[in-house]
Design a protein around this ligand. Sequence first.
Ligand code: ADP
Ligand code: MG
Length: 695
Amino acid sequence: SYQRQQLVLTAWERSRMNADVKFGKRTSLPISMQRKSLPVYAMRDELIQAVRDNQFLVIVGETGSGKTTQITQYLNEVGFGNRGIIGCTQPRRVAAVSVAQRVAGEYGCKVGEEVGYTIRFEDRTTAKTRIKYMTDGMLQTEALLDPEMSRYSAIMLDEAHERTVATDVLFALLKQAAIKRPDLKVIVTSATLDSTKFSEYFNNCPVKHIPGKTFPVDVLYSQEPQMDYLEAALECVMQIHINEGAGDILVFLTGQEEIDTCCEVLFQRVKNLGNSIGELVILPVYSALPSEVQSKIFEPTPAGSRKVVFATNIAETSITIDGIYYVVDPGFAKINTFNSRAGMEQLVISPISQAQANQRKGRAGRTGPGKCYRLYTEVAFREEMLPNTVPEIQRQNLSHTILLLKAMGINDLLHFDFMDPPPKNLLLRALEELFNLEALGDDGYLTKLGLRMSQFPTEPTLSRALLRSVTNNCSEEITTIISMLSVQGVFYRPKDKQQDADNKKVRFHHPYGDHLTLLNVYNRWQLAHCTEEFCTSNYLHYRQLRRARDVKNQLHTIFKKLRLPIVSCHGDPDIIRKTLVSGFFMNASKRDSQVGYKTISGGTTVTIHPSSSLYGKEYDYVIYHSLLLTTREYMSQVTAIDPNWLVEAAPHFYKIADDQSESRKKAKITPLHNKFSKDQNSWKLSSIRASREKV
Ligand code: ADP
Ligand code: MG
């Protein structure tokens, strides 16, 4: 997959240039006509009246009916924008940005003026902003400082059917805020028809249905299960392109790597087709893509050619592409799941639910009768797929969310008004993690450290390392490393130049491992004035490094706001590693000659990932950033440490074993299970309840 990425870029470059030329003169309706042609327009007055008459309102409508782009504007047109900001949350960053750009265009302003957006690490709003799109995570963070949402006149929780953790938490927070703010309007919009549940939750509020104009879609199932769904998808696209009538194709894949690979492979195959068959324009959509490329997907296809869009499940509901007649659905999505065996959150490619499959199918019937190719059998659809997607709050690591709730003074999590409460074991894990990080005290209340940690938008482990970097005088280095960790895969290996790429990569390697290697990469890129040439000649992804630089700037802005200094330890590897240990001591492994490594706290067998700079090295103790489950359990981003640092950083978590047979020099570290397990259960329960009586 490394190899292919580079090729893809060049291939896209070409196909994009092509697309630029062709899309140059496009004909479409004037904006005011487009707006009036949307299904939601027929209900404009009815919706406005319903918002005026009710504090809560649920709106259900087909994807593409105009909920996201129009309702905020309607409210602004009748004066809500004068009383406060009209906010609209999106579960995904890309959707927030792309919708804000579209609405700014319709409104006739620049992004950041009357219409703006805020996503993590990027704020494009000003004092002028009346309509603000944002990720649900951002509004959740705002609630920490302003629980009454005093800057807003109306808030639309969009894409509520996605049931992200942040949207679920916002349901409860806004229900709470509404009591103190009788003038605040809360609108919940959803693409699916789960409306009774939503309405009941919001005090039996009214539900408005936007009648959709949809056409029938033929569903074609695979006769037998597909072994390789990427190959099956590519074959399906070729078959449609060659044999079927006009109309664009939408293919659902699970992530950037798959999409890049398919774009490239298809590009090569189409090239060999010859001139008798119309042109196929290949376009990718995923969240890491720059917005110039993304806006391409919305442009109409020139006559005589066809476009195929490879997208993640972002195109299921949050983004609507017109002109799609064919949907290819392999039936998978990448979802974030808490793996209780590994004690870690993992991205896992999993089968989608029936509801998702039907949503995907619906994308083919917006412009005319369509076809949906399901690359799985009808039996698999009926018997192996769950009817509905499990809400994220019931499967994800909740430590960051709980830290925020605790920081808002919400301590009684058992009685918090969740629409669907998280399972107890997930709550307990999160509480335990926060306790281990010393963000929570024995009483289950937030500590001073916990309060400071809650002010960072990062996972609690990273927040702790960030705070420790201040006392250890290495905040410059740690912010760089954390920025580099937040972008994925800076190195690439083109197939025909693997050796050269590997040689170049080794030059960045730090003997102690990946965190310091990432620091080397960033610093040398900066020394080379952050040029693209430096990246090209060293087989580094320029785009990822630029993103890392943006993230770093944002972290520095947060430091400034919190009046924390940015100081450098001049690259001192021990100080940097100790600081990392203060956040990641729970992710420590000890070498075990039989099996590679074993995690210290769980005893899980793990291996260093072959892409790590520590691969093949023989250090006794390491920390890792994350676990990756493929054929084996791999540690990724690994750094060698001195075991004594574990005890120093977390004396409440580790102790030095009093094992006499062990050689003196090699300290043996064991987790403090004894002390813990005795009163662990009582502690856990009490902290969930967290002294209701005191509140
Ligand atoms: P909903 O939220 O109901 O799914 P939207 O308000 O997102 O619908 O979209 C309504 C219509 O606006 C879409 O059908 C599409 O035609 C158009 N549209 C939305 N975003 C863009 C964009 N970025 N560029 C061009 N057209 C867009
Ligand atoms: Mg929408």
